[in-house]
Design a protein around this ligand. Structure first.
Ligand code: GCO
Ligand code: MG
Length: 406
């Protein structure tokens, strides 16, 4: 069996999804997601210029060797661009493998460890009242876990962690515009946020799982103090308390608080996660199959995490296409150390038309499709409606002008 051709598509409803389609001489094809939010053309070009020419003629069943060929074979390794490109190839090869076997991917990993996978929704509000309405909305729909991001009174110009302006507006700028700027003040945030958890707990009770994303905004000592202060609200996790570059910062946070820590959405390889996993500095690993090198590599990270009682909490922001969400759904069904899945309703009619699938959400749990392979398809006719439009994440400064972490 041989790979005969592969093509890359960019675009989607309101998103620059990077979709790879690999064709074989057996008439079977596979699809993969290489979307790197706000830098989408880079993995796409890497695929087109360097990787696809090598893929042609390879046996698609040798997904492990192909992964090693690209990763080990490259002198300059890792990084989000390369790993997203390998991730797209790897997902497509697993899709082909599943289709050859006539089995959904979770069966190839070892079968199901659970019926449905717990997901969390994003509740946001410019004000605490708005946030409470947003939580109520998700609770009514049956969600058992919600992430809380709330506007902070007097914050100079709201930001991601504050949720000002709503979630989607702050992921990225409008098409064509240069980066938005946010002004951040950690002290105001640290003073206000505990009230938010207190109020939400008071209204919604002890069972609802509450998560919060600090989005890399704090210094290690601030994060340690914050974690200690919010322990009483029994959060499911505190995410990305400090910038991910410094894994050692987590040691200080760990010494001072038992609040569960989730980190890793910007990590690309097992080498990036190794210190924090082996030292048990976190509770949930947030890598995604897209920019952590696909199913082959993420399974290694999941296994390593399992040895250290660390659970999964894969990244699932809307920047991931339904293809990587499907790949993660199969891992979630199998992984003995599954924790939770971030889930944003991509589900516009346009998105479903572009990526048809039978995966579904019911009562706060995600159910994986039994179709062979990834269980999601890509409609090339629909794809013709979309093209690439440049977008940026906002940048963040402190009030005196100092650059800060988005
Ligand atoms: C999350 C993430 C996202 C990122 C976005 C960047 O936890 O969902 O932090 O919101 O900001 O994916 O591209
Ligand atoms: Mg996050």
């Amino acid at each position: 069996m041989k790979i005969t051709n592969a093509e890359v598509f960019i675009g989607g409803p309101g998103k620059n999804y990077v979709t790879l389609k690999i064709m074989t001489d057996a008439g079977i094809y596979g699809i993969g997601d290489g979307t790197l939010n706000t830098r989408e053309t880079l993995p796409a070009e890497y695929l087109k210029e360097y990787l696809i020419p090598c893929l042609i003629g390879m046996d698609p069943r040798n997904s492990e060797d192909i992964w090693q060929y690209f990763y080990r074979g490259a002198y300059f390794r890792r990084g989000p661009i390369a790993m997203a490109a390998y991730g797209a190839i790897d997902m497509a090869l697993w899709d082909i493998k599943g289709k050859i076997a006539g089995l959904p991917l979770y069966q190839l990993f070892g079968g199901k460890s659970r019926d449905g996978a717990l997901v969390y929704a994003h509740a946001v509000g410019n004000t605490l009242d708005e946030l409470i309405d947003s939580v109520a909305h998700y609770v009514e729909q049956g969600y058992k876990a919600v992430r809380l991001q709330c506007g902070i009174p007097d914050m100079p110009e709201g930001g991601y962690a504050t949720g000002k302006g709503g979630d989607t507006k702050h992921f990225i700028t409008e098409y064509g515009a240069l980066p938005d700027q946010e002004i951040w003040d950690s002290e105001k945030y640290l003073r206000y946020m505990p009230n938010v958890f207190e109020k939400v707990r008071e209204i919604f009770g002890p069972d609802l799982k509450l998560l919060h994303d600090v989005h890399h905004r704090l210094r290690p000592r601030e994060a340690a103090a914050f974690g200690k202060e919010i322990e009483k609200y029994n959060l499911f996790w505190m995410e990305d308390p400090t910038p991910a570059d410094d894994q050692h910062a987590l040691r200080l946070i760990r010494q001072h608080t038992t609040v569960p820590i989730a980190i890793g959405e910007v990590f690309n390889s097992i080498w990036d996660c190794k210190t924090m996993i082996e030292e048990e500095l976190l509770d949930f690993i947030r890598v995604s199959v897209t920019y952590a090198g696909g199913i082959t590599h993420v399974r290694r990270i999941v296994e390593l995490a399992g040895l250290h009682s660390i659970r999964t909490g894969f990244h699932g922001a809307p920047s991931h296409s339904p293809i990587s969400m499907a790949a993660q759904a199969h891992l979630n069904a199998w992984a003995p150390n599954f924790g939770i899945q971030e889930y944003l309703v991509l589900g516009t009619e346009e998105c479903d038309a572009l990526f048809p699938s039978d995966h579904y959400l019911d009562n706060g749990l995600f159910y994986v499709s039994d179709a062979p392979g990834l269980g999601v398809d890509f409609d090339e006719t629909e794809a013709k409606r979309y093209s690439f439009d440049r977008r940026y994440h906002p940048i963040v400064r402190l009030e005196d002008g100092t650059m800060w972490n988005y």
